[in-house]
Write a protein that binds this ligand. Structure first.
Ligand code: CP
Ligand code: NVA
Length: 306
């Protein structure tokens, strides 16, 4: 069966375990020998485009990059016809999309023949979650993902696509996840990549108090207040979320040795201050490093001999 990577939620425990293992093992540089990966971006990217391009090349494959203007999903032609076209040329299509539904439509239109990877959608950023889990495991447990169990991880700010995937991944590892967000910006139950639907893992706590959220945290995580496509709400979001800025005072509520994660790009002075982002608590550059290892893990898992 063709393997896809659209959310963390859709992966079995076995698949996730294998992805984490492959991400940090020596690579087989013939995994993608002679095979193409289409990279389609409806929104801008630095880390995702870079890590995907490098990882594919390391595995012996090649990429073709397509911008929003060139492809025009549902404007120049339908998502279905784009999927069918990519299926004739490539073995994997990796896409950053405005609307998560595009993945299902392409999967159906191609009779499930081409592997699809989500490079960020409105509801999920699963590769970022894999990278963040690897970063936390490296810091707290010498890279052993099972060592994440019992850690307290707090996300503060707007509960985004990044929050949903990370919370699902961490809860599945047995971490206790707290999300501190004001009303209107908190995680909503239902839909795809739903942390509240995870069973048998860590605990999920939602609060509108940033201080309560951060108290006792081993890891503090934040993301943009204004995600891509929400630029018209910038001023309102700044006002509504100002108490959730990760600064020295808020970070002081966490455990003494707590660390910071941020997927980047950072909006310094909004959700995060320079003082914390550039401090020795910040693991953001290891997070960037692990974007590449996360992609190596996912690509090798997709191509694994079954
Ligand atoms: N974190 C992340 O996805 O960064 P880019 O938007 O630059 O790819
Ligand atoms: N939540 C952000 C993540 C950027 C990597 C966005 O969707 O723009």
């Amino acid at each position: 069966m063709t393997r896809h990577f659209m959310t963390i939620e859709q992966q079995s425990d076995k698949a996730l375990k294998k992805i984490y293992e492959l991400a940090t093992s020596p690579i087989n540089d013939e995994t993608l020998k002679g095979q193409g990966v289409a990279l389609v971006f409806e929104r801008p990217s630095l880390r995702t485009r870079a890590s995907s391009s490098v990882a594919v090349q390391e595995l012996g494959g090649f990429v073709t990059f397509f911008s929003d203007e060139e492809v025009g999903i549902d404007t120049r032609e339908s998502a279905e016809d784009i999927g069918r076209t990519l299926n004739e040329m490539y073995s994997i299509a990796a896409l950053r999309v405005r609307n998560h539904e595009v993945f299902k439509r392409m999967q159906t239109a191609t009779n499930d023949q081409i592997s699809l990877i989500n490079l960020l959608s409105n509801v999920a950023h699963p590769l970022q979650a894999i990278a963040d889990v690897l970063t936390i495991a490296e810091h707290f447990a010498k890279g052993d993902v099972s060592g994440i169990k019992g850690l307290n991880v707090t996300y503060v700010g707007d509960a985004t696509n990044v929050t949903r995937s990370l919370a699902v991944a961490l809860l599945r590892c047995g971490a206790n996840v707290t999300v501190g967000a004001p009303s209107g910006y908190q995680l909503s139950a239902g839909g795809e990549e739903d942390p509240s639907a995870v069973t048998g893992g860590g605990t999920l706590t939602l609060t509108d108090s940033p201080v309560d959220a951060v108290k006792g945290a081993d890891v503090v995580v934040t993301d943009a207040w204004v995600s891509m496509g929400m630029e018209a709400e910038t001023q309102k979001r700044r006002n509504d979320l100002s108490a959730f800025q990760v600064n020295a005072k808020l970070m002081g509520e966490a455990k003494k040795d707590a660390v910071l994660l941020h997927c980047l790009p950072a909006h310094r002075g909004d959700e995060i201050t320079d003082e914390i982002l550039d401090s020795d608590k910040s693991l953001v550059w290891r997070e960037v490093f692990h974007r590449r290892t996360a992609m190596l893990g996912v690509l090798q898992w997709i191509k694994e001999e079954k």
